[in-house]
Design a protein around this ligand. Structure first.
Ligand code: SPV
Ligand code: MG
Length: 431
């Protein structure tokens, strides 16, 4: 009996999957792969049921003889071991980043003369409805909110990119690249106070009020499913913070990061060039504890951001604060730095990790941007936030287009640097 291998990355079986299995069984005994959770999230197919449940679901499909778990996106762990006579896959992977996986399968099969069978991809009303329903489920508050905690457990680093509008949210949601035979994408979104303010032409001094920030979050949530981390500035008055925790939690935000500053907040990247006052350990700890008491679910996270290195108060102060804030109930620590060299971030992380192996660490490598996610993970960092790069990419491009139109009294010269609108709107889902 010949063997046929196929691999699914789905929580729901639809006509398209049944069609693949029906084709596959014509060629021999069918072994079906279930992608592990860690691999699924790199596809933005965040699991809504467990791996065990997926295996059981696949085992129940008529025509499937055996189900195995595939632990990598490429088929290197499976094809050389199983040596199936055939691999069956939908034909929708020949373009875009997924074509790297196709190339990998073809190479592995060619080693021993296996064959790839491609089945026309089924996209009918039923499949569309199921896709839509899965997406809806992921965007609901109860799913979205807990996804950050799940990601921290599953990923070496939760890659987080700034979003300040529906459109930047869509970029965070949908950008996917193939790099060295691996697909990659962002895991979460950061709603930055700096970018949310700048997008409104306002300074980053807690001037944009919470109602406006909530509107930005809502715009992003309307069109995305990935978890959201809110830059909550200082958290404001404790008496207000507790209400905001409830609101954010109900909306499905996963975490708020509040910084240990008080009075008129200025952006950290100004450091000691402007007057900035750090809050006392007692006050800030009380704010964290009050926030934790106010929240209703176990999903939501309050992360304490420590400004001691920004304000040049020293490593010991930063570590003392980290200890106190964790004791006050913080679900994570964000340590910030303005230095180009990541040495002080590494030192903080190593010392904190030696005392506390589990509390998640968050960093924002804007100044120390030569550091890689892998290096940060090796020092115990769990969440890496690219806090302002999308806004900084858009601004010079918009300014240059405006200058070109003014200089030439027409738009023709600017056209070569502009994306056709029909390409931009491919990002936008139609119902
Ligand atoms: C933000 O993005 O608004 C931040 C990070 O708070 S930073 O600008 O580096 O202070
Ligand atoms: Mg900020």
């Amino acid at each position: 009996m010949k063997t046929v291998y196929s691999c699914f990355c789905t929580d729901v079986i639809h006509d398209g999957h049944l069609n693949i299995i029906n084709e596959a069984r014509k060629y021999g005994s069918v072994i079906l792969g279930a992608l592990s959770d860690e691999v699924l999230i790199r596809y933005n197919k965040f699991p809504t049921i467990s791996l065990d449940e997926r295996v059981r679901l696949y085992e129940e499909i008529e025509g499937v003889d055996r189900v195995i778990v595939q632990n990598s996106m490429m088929y290197d762990d499976v094809i050389p071991v199983l040596k199936p006579d055939f691999v069956v896959h939908g034909d929708n992977w020949s373009r875009g980043p997924e074509s790297a996986i196709r190339g990998n399968v073809i190479r592995l099969l060619s080693v021993y003369g296996g064959r790839l069978i491609e089945v026309p991809y089924t996209y009918n009303e039923n499949v569309k409805r199921i896709d839509q329903r899965l997406k809806e489920k992921l965007s609901m508050p109860e799913y979205r909110r807990k996804r950050l905690r799940d990601l921290i457990k599953m990923c070496p680093t939760v890659k987080t990119i700034e979003a300040h509008s529906g459109l930047t949210g869509l970029i965070a949601e949908k950008t996917i690249v193939e790099n060295n035979g691996k697909l990659d994408q962002f895991d979460a979104m950061w709603v930055s106070s700096l970018c949310d303010s700048t997008d409104r032409g306002k300074p980053d001094i807690e001037l944009v009020d919470m109602s406006s920030r909530l509107r930005t979050i809502n715009d992003i949530m309307e069109v995305t499913t990935k978890p959201i981390i809110l830059d909550g500035d200082t958290g404001g008055l404790t008496e207000h913070f507790v209400y905001n925790v409830r609101t954010l939690e109900r909306m499905g935000v996963s975490a708020v990061i509040i910084e240990d500053k008080t009075g008129l907040k200025k952006n950290s990247l100004f450091g000691t060039e402007v007057v900035q006052t750090q809050d006392s350990i007692e006050n800030f700890s009380a704010k964290i504890t009050a926030g934790k008491k106010a929240q209703l679910t176990d999903d939501f996270m309050i992360i304490a951001r420590i400004e001691s290195l920004i304000l040049e108060r020293g490593m010991d102060d930063a570590l003392q604060r980290a200890r106190a804030f964790v004791k006050a109930g913080a679900d994570g620590i964000m340590i910030h730095s303005r230095k180009k060299d990541p040495a002080e971030i590494f030192e903080f992380c190593d010392k904190f990790r030696a005392e506390d192996p589990h509390t998640p660490i968050v960093v924002v490598p804007t100044s120390f941007n030569s550091v890689t996610e892998e290096e940060l993970a090796n020092h115990g960092v769990n969440i890496v936030i690219y806090a302002n790069q999308l806004m900084r990419a858009a601004f010079p491009a918009m300014k240059q287009a405006a200058e070109m139109i003014l200089s030439n009294h027409r738009a023709l010269e600017a056209d070569s640097m502009l994306m056709p609108f029909k390409d931009i709107i491919t990002l936008i889902d139609e119902l």
